[in-house]
Design a protein around this ligand. Structure first.
Ligand code: RI2
Length: 309
């Protein structure tokens, strides 16, 4: 698949989920580097940067995308030959994909420890990392039941219930607005993340923040499953994570919207859950309270405050 095709599929959400987006983007960069017929290292650098920009512009919120691209593109700065640059990009892309998949497995192992026999869980949207924890707990023989939300407007909940059903996990499918009604029956909320700020705030699918608020009210724990590359280094500088707002037609058919000239349909697809409503973040390096987000950025992503000076 050519790079522009991957970019289009990420943009229209045929490829979605923060981890999958990152892996698809680095795969596209690797293949692009392999096929470019650049006349010099400088041209190669320019063409690769342009390709990275196309991928970066697809979805603004999932920080896994710029983090993965930064990692794969780093050798461009130091390589002294074109073939060396190409080779280094290929190696980094493959290393990223391998470690990303391994991270999900590790998160599953660590996350499953926080799920007890007899627990009723609630999950929102379709997170590979969060679902891996649930499926692993079930695989270990823990008797669990899950509430999965519909996730308007794109209904990613349908993907979630398919996975849970196929794993043989007792699942309840509910509309998003039913969360507060059921929250008293829930022992643990387990969700994924598209980005995590240095202050431990979690950016995830729209509707996550009210779920966390409802959980907080009844003292139900909220756990976030997220690979270290979902932490957003630039938030160290106070940079805000952009919340993607998608087309109104995802919410209302265009003709209906056009018949209502005084109505503006809003479609933000993520919200921000403050650290105070998050009990634990499970990463592949271990479980941390949200307040320790900075250590992940510094130690595992290799970004330090000095880099911004
Ligand atoms: P994994 C998804 O975003 C959801 O918000 C999900 O919680 C998050 O990415 C993380 O997913 P979207 O692409 O990386 O559906 O854990 O907008 O799969």
């Amino acid at each position: 698949m050519v790079l522009s095709e991957t970019a289009a599929r990420i943009k229209n959400m045929e490829i979605r989920g923060a981890g999958r987006i990152a892996r698809a983007a680095v795969e596209a960069l690797r293949d692009h580097a392999d096929t470019l017929d650049s006349s010099s290292l400088d041209t190669f650098r320019r063409e690769m940067r342009a390709a990275a920009d196309i991928l970066l512009s697809t979805r603004p919120t999932a920080v896994s995308l710029p983090n993965a691209i930064r990692y794969v593109m780093a050798p461009l700065e130091t390589a002294s030959t074109l073939s060396g640059a190409r080779q280094a990009i290929r190696e980094r892309a493959e290393a990223f994909i391998r470690s990303s998949l391994h991270a999900v497995d590790r998160i599953a192992e660590i996350g499953a420890r926080h799920i007890s026999d007899g627990d009723t869980l609630l999950t929102h949207c379709n997170s590979e990392a969060a679902l891996a924890c649930i499926v692993e707990a079930h695989r270990q023989g823990k008797e669990i039941e899950v509430y999965a939300t519909e996730v308007r407007p794109r209904r990613q909940g349908l993907l979630t219930i398919r996975t849970l059903n196929d794993a043989g996990i007792a699942t309840n499918y509910i509309v998003d607005s039913a969360v507060r009604h059921f929250i008293k029956d829930i022992d643990l909320v387990l969700v994924g993340a598209d980005a995590i700020a240095v202050n431990g705030a979690v950016v995830n699918k729209i509707g996550t923040a009210p779920i966390a608020l409802a959980a907080h009210e009844v003292r139900t724990s909220v756990i976030v499953a997220a690979e270290t590359y979902k932490f957003a280094p630039r938030t160290i500088l106070g940079e805000r994570i952009e919340i993607e707002e998608r087309d109104a037609s995802e919410v209302l058919p265009r003709e209906t919207a056009e018949s209502l000239p005084h109505v503006r349909v809003r479609n933000p697809v993520f919200d921000v859950t403050p650290a105070a409503y998050v009990d634990l973040i499970i990463t592949e390096k271990g479980a941390i309270p949200p307040e320790l987000a900075y250590t992940i950025i510094r130690e595992y992503l290799g970004w330090s405050i000095e880099e911004f000076r």
